[in-house]
Design a protein around this ligand. Structure first.
Ligand code: EPS
Length: 402
């Protein structure tokens, strides 16, 4: 499968085209909209989220609630577009007039795409960069990811995420060690039950909210770290035989492509810099208690992938989101018209969007895993996929405990 998105942050809306979605997949707008809603939430989100009510309209590829195998096309309306008609008019004023209306956006924001985009496309108005580089596009990713989640769900896999750290306030290791992956539904309800999407006690959540409040007062922004978990992913997805077929590499690329993500790790990958081999690698044990002679892995520092192939353990992807680049108290910049130092441009923004970033990371992880699943078990119909998966799982001599 592949997907493309089109749309500006303050244009008419976002279009998403998904090519290669298997036929026979049950797809409801409600399921997709539920994820779009989750992306809009989180303590520290900005004013735009009070305007939008993100929801998809199917315009192709779905009939009577099921995919047909044709390209799936979805549209998400920007409710804010009506406030930007003159500035975003596709056929309207000449660039000179546009600059006048806009009061010239020519002071690039450090950390955003503005300056690099200026070098790339040489726009007269940096709005041409801002509009497409904006994280508004992540709504389209989440819609695509919801389709991928439906495919994974048809294969018995579940994808969810939670916040590990926000602005330096970290969920304690003891809380993380106590997470019960055997009952993912209870865990997911706990995570989605708070406005930080963190599996932490109330005092830690209060510290996170205080960090957001302090940042808002200071006119600054906060980043953080999120973790995506995919449970019950079949082993054997991906390949070690060629660099571009390694699934860990594909996951890293997919997640790194998300706006403001600056670092990605698989499982406890970063600990590999400190721990010796005996402490880092996950032993392979035989589970004596299991009549099926199931292989047991007492730890999962590898994050569910060895050699770029899933090993039957939960797939764990971590991502660091940098603080949002649009600062109410701006950093120094250079006016591209006068070449004088001035404060960078500011317009409405969020204090933090780390909770939302987790939802976007879920989407990109789900998309990548669903693609690998289709590559191994069949890409034409969901029924064929399920039959092939069932035959593969029943034929495994030593099924790996998930
Ligand atoms: C976003 C909508 C945009 C951005 C935000 C993400 O809304 P606004 O109309 O306020 O610009 O604020 O993206 C950024 C903060 C950014 O720097 O790109 C959304 O729908 O998530």
């Amino acid at each position: 499968m592949r997907f493309l998105t089109a749309g500006e942050s303050h244009g008419a809306g976002l279009t998403i085209i998904l090519d290669g979605v298997p036929a026979g997949l049950t797809l409801t707008a409600d399921a997709i909209n539920a994820d779009l809603h989750r992306r809009q939430l989180g303590y520290g989100r900005g004013g735009r989220m009070h305007i939008e009510r993100d929801a998809v309209k199917f315009t192709a590829g779905v009939r009577f609630g099921k995919t047909t195998g044709a390209p799936v096309c979805m549209f998400i309306e920007n409710r804010d577009a009506k406030n930007w008609l003159e500035i975003m008019d596709p056929q309207g004023p000449s660039p000179e007039n546009a600059l006048e209306i806009e009061k010239a956006f020519i002071r690039p924001r450090p950390g955003h795409a503005d300056l690099a985009g200026y070098y790339k496309y040489r726009p007269q108005d940096l709005r041409d960069v801002l509009e497409r580089a904006s994280a508004r596009e992540t709504a389209a990713r989440v819609a695509a990811g919801a389709v991928a989640k439906a495919i994974l769900s048809a294969a018995g896999a579940t994808v969810f995420s939670h916040v590990l750290e926000l602005g330096g306030v970290r969920v304690p290791a003891a809380s993380l060690a106590a997470l019960d992956y055997a009952h993912p539904q209870a865990l997911i309800e706990r995570i989605e039950g708070n406005d930080l999407r963190a599996a932490a006690d109330d005092d830690v959540l209060a510290s996170m909210r205080k960090a957001v409040d302090d940042a808002r007062m200071a006119g600054t922004t906060l980043g953080g770290e999120v973790e995506v978990l995919a449970l019950n992913v079949p082993p054997g997805l991906g390949s070690y035989t060629q660099w571009d077929r390694k699934l860990d590499g594909q996951l890293a690329q997919a997640v790194m492509s998300i706006h403001a993500v600056k670092a990605v790790a698989l499982g406890d990958g970063v600990l590999g810099a400190q721990l010796p081999g005996h402490a880092f690698h996950d032993a392979i044990e035989r589970s004596e208690s299991d009549a099926l002679q199931t292989i047991r892995r007492p730890s999962n520092r590898a994050g569910g992938l060895e050699g770029g192939v899933t090993n039957g353990m939960p797939v764990v992807v971590r991502a660091i989101m940098k603080p949002i680049a649009t600062l109410r108290t701006p950093l120094t910049s250079v006016n591209l018209s006068t070449a004088q130092e001035e404060s960078a441009h500011f317009e409405r923004s969020d204090v933090t969007a780390v909770a939302a970033c987790g939802v976007v990371c879920e989407a990109m992880v789900a998309w990548t895993l669903a693609n690998a699943l289709l590559a191994k078990f069949g890409e034409d119909t969901i029924t064929e996929l399920q039959q092939n998966l069932g035959a593969y799982q029943s034929g495994l001599p030593l099924p790996t405990r998930v």
